[in-house]
Design a protein around this ligand. Structure first.
Ligand code: UDP
Ligand code: MG
Length: 287
């Protein structure tokens, strides 16, 4: 089989109920594209029937190349995507969730926008989002904050469905810790890649349940601290915190010390991530 041009990476935690339909639809979509492709399923330490189903898929003859990797225990979506990036062979890497909330039929359109050179990364935009009101509002607030911080006009940074040039994924590798999958489009933009969005339909999760609990909001906030320091706006907020905390400390208010400790943790997190990402960010293709 020829080297695939497009790799579709699907992180999965306990998605046995979705895998049959997902696989059937992905196969149909990919065989309809006139380029060689592969599907890379990443089993994030599932405890249901997902590993057995994947084993069966791998043993059956398939019209598209199917590969799978299993993490020995659940390590989260970011680690699962990172494992997928590591084994994917395509020039264009596509990520999508297993729950079929964004129809796989949109993937060729995202790929074509990367293929044409219009963008290095295209993220799907769930314009008519079919989730609870609370989640929709939280997402609106999150995206508005990111727009304010970064100056980028993206509406749905955390949509799981994206297509990107291989080089972008390689340079994001150093950032694939914690729950950083939420920030990939803005990190890529900060690295200088052209990032754009495409509206896609969105449907309710029909099977299985969301794999993230309320802890997602805390993780998103903690991860946002270091990410924010990639922009001048983030530094402005940080400097304000330092100035206010220093003033409170001078006024003998204990709150000042708390603020200063927070500012140090914030800067320390950014430094640690910058250091982690540094060694990886030297992969460029001649074009
Ligand atoms: N996922 C994963 N590991 C996790 C949590 C989620 O691999 O620890 C996968 C999950 O199986 C799905 C995708 O990441 O394919 C998005 O998860 P989910 O649909 O639960 O997230 P939501 O849409 O609620 O943000
Ligand atoms: Mg989902």
């Amino acid at each position: 089989m020829s080297v695939p041009h497009v790799s579709v990476i699907v992180p999965m935690y306990n998605e046995e109920a979705n895998l049959p339909e997902l696989h059937a639809r992905l196969t149909k979509v990919l065989t309809g594209m006139d380029v060689a492709s592969e599907i890379v399923y990443v089993d994030d330490g599932s405890t249901d029937g997902t590993p057995e189903q994947l084993e069966t898929l791998l043993q059956q003859p398939q019209p598209v190349c199917v590969r799978a990797v299993r993490l020995p225990r659940r390590r989260g979506k970011t680690a699962a995507l990172s494992a997928g990036f590591a084994i994917a062979r395509g020039n264009i890497l596509v990520t999508t969730d297993a729950d079929l909330q964004e129809p796989p039929e949109v993937l060729p359109m995202l790929v074509s926008r990367v293929q044409s050179g219009e963008a290095h990364l295209v993220v799907a935009w769930r314009q008519q989002r079919q989730d609870t009101l609370f989640r929709v509002l939280a997402s609106r607030l999150f995206n508005a904050t990111l727009r304010w911080l970064s100056g980028l006009s993206l509406h749905d940074v955390n949509c799981g469905t994206k297509a990107m040039k291989r080089e972008v994924a390689e340079n994001l590798e150093g950032w694939m810790v914690s729950d950083m999958h939420r920030y990939l489009p803005i990190l890529a933009a900060r690295m200088g890649y052209r990032v754009t969005e495409s509206p896609v339909p969105h449907v309710v999760r029909r099977r299985g349940r969301s794999r993230f609990g309320a802890g997602r909001y805390l993780r998103a906030m903690v991860d946002l601290f270091p990410v924010s320091l990639m922009w001048w706006r983030g530094w402005q907020v940080w400097l304000t915190l330092v100035a206010v905390s220093a003033w409170l400390t001078a006024m003998h208010r204990p709150l000042g010390w708390l603020g200063l400790a927070m500012a140090m943790a914030w800067a320390g997190g950014a430094l640690a991530l910058w250091w982690h990402g540094r060694g990886f960010s030297r992969r460029y293709q001649a074009r």
